[in-house]
Write a protein that binds this ligand. Structure first.
Ligand SMILES: [Zn+2]
Length: 92
């Protein structure tokens, strides 16, 4: 049984990882930008390898160009909130 390995690339440092350890940010069909905890949300996705690269992606507007959207401060706050919630799940 052949399983296709999807290689994912961090949009900031270009680190690649075939596993699901990269963080996925998705632009939903509604035009929202969300942190995709499950990796299964519909929409255009971009991957970063960790929190520091996520911050760089937001600061450098790399995420804007990867998702072809203008990321607002509300979007950034929502992503940060969802990311924090996700990370605190993992601690428990
Ligand atoms: Zn990275």
């Amino acid at each position: 049984m052949a399983t296709r390995t999807r290689q994912r690339t961090c949009i900031v440092c270009r680190a690649t990882d075939a596993k699901s350890s990269l963080l996925r940010i998705v632009r939903t069909p509604e035009g929202d930008v969300r942190f995709d905890e499950t990796g299964r949300m519909n929409g255009r996705g971009a991957y970063v390898c960790g929190v520091s690269c996520l911050e760089k992606a937001l600061d450098s507007k790399r995420l804007d160009s990867a998702l072809r959207i203008k990321i607002t401060s509300e979007d950034r706050e929502r992503i940060a909130t969802e990311l924090c919630a996700s990370l605190s799940h993992e601690d428990n």
